[in-house]
Design a protein around this ligand. Sequence first.
Ligand code: UDX
Length: 429
Amino acid sequence: MKVTFIGHGYVGLVTAAVFADFGNTVYVIGHTKEKIDNLKKGIIPIFESGLAELVRKNVDAGRLHFTLDYTPAIPHSDIVFIAVGTPPLATGEADLSTIFEVVEKIGKHLSGYTVVATKSTVPVRTNRKIREILDKEKKKDASFDLASTPEFLREGTAISDTLAPDRVVIGTDSERAQKVLVELHKPIETQIILTNIETAEMIKYASNSFLATKISYANAIAKLSELTGADGLKVLEGMGMDNRINNKFLSPGAGYGGSCFPKDVQALISISREYGYDFGLLREVERINQEAIMDIVQKAEKMLSTLEGKTVGILGLAFKPNTDDMRDAPSIDIIRELLDRGAKVKAYDPEAVKVAATKIKGIEFAKSAREAVEGADILLLLTEWNDFRKMDPGEIKKLMRGKAVVDARNIWDPSEMRKLGFEYIGVGR
Ligand code: UDX
């Protein structure tokens, strides 16, 4: 089939490369010449293992094309996927301006019958607006149907999540569009859920918000365990053995970040409010998450009695390991708070330093983990990169000036750390 993706972020680029690898002819449309030129040369704007090879292979095979121009791509495409960003506005609502911009261009270039599917997570009523624009912009002989095919890929495992998802969700009111989309997804061996557009979008928001709820619940149990002297990780381990709960997304720590959970939780709260429902549970999920982030600073301050003038070494900036993504990374709020309390900060991350330097000012970016911990009064472990798990804590102790460690992702063993003379504190332990 001929498929076009608008947008080449995590979702657009990964899904386009995977569908090209299935043998489809795939066009990816961007709006920055430099980025498109780089993609043509196989230079990928995001850190995602395996992606550069997959893109290179399909560009060489002539199945995957990058372009700024809608003309060669949209006409006679069986499907056009909208995979542009929908970042949160200050109000928490999703910013749909880019969506409507690209929809207008799609409309102008439609010819033949085309399925226009949104991959971006959009509020429930957006597709009515998309239909209006396409109807207005399209030529008379062009026809289209709308669909919603939300993504569930995780950064760092995006390709495997796309190749082997737990389910494919196809939301559309048109039999014909459903057939086209089922055909495209044939190579993916998994259960398909066929529903309407609103339900497909709600599955996405509801799933991400529930995963965020699990994390906040784990953080609340961890906090309560700290206060009562219970071993929070054991409590959560004991819970996770119940297959109705399962042990996934129950790791307490510095809270969740990323381009999805914070945005989708906020969006579901604001959509609910719009329909007259106060989703109090999700407001609490947000509050607990903010509390988990700030607790890391509280713990650091408590260990040193003051942060004023102290040197804080930070290992990990990205919102999670195996990505360079800093969107809504807890490290951003934590560092801002540390600086506000007068600390000096040296931070290292294996991949995210370049991106972090555009978001965080007033700190020193170390070139290695050693440099970040050298002379530090206290060490904060914020992202559980394997590089840090492999470090020798004894070595770290020699390099530091102080002996305090806040392990915000529970990667080290408390008794081993205390034996080495560290003052160690984790989350929920
Ligand atoms: C998430 C969803 O998992 C994915 O299905 C959706 O398509 C996009 O959003 P992603 O944001 O890439 O994926 O990362 P994920 O692995 O879900 O982690 C999100 C955040 O939660 C990270 O900051 C991570 O550190 C945190 N997290 C995750 C926890 O704090 N505890 C956990 O147990 C799991």
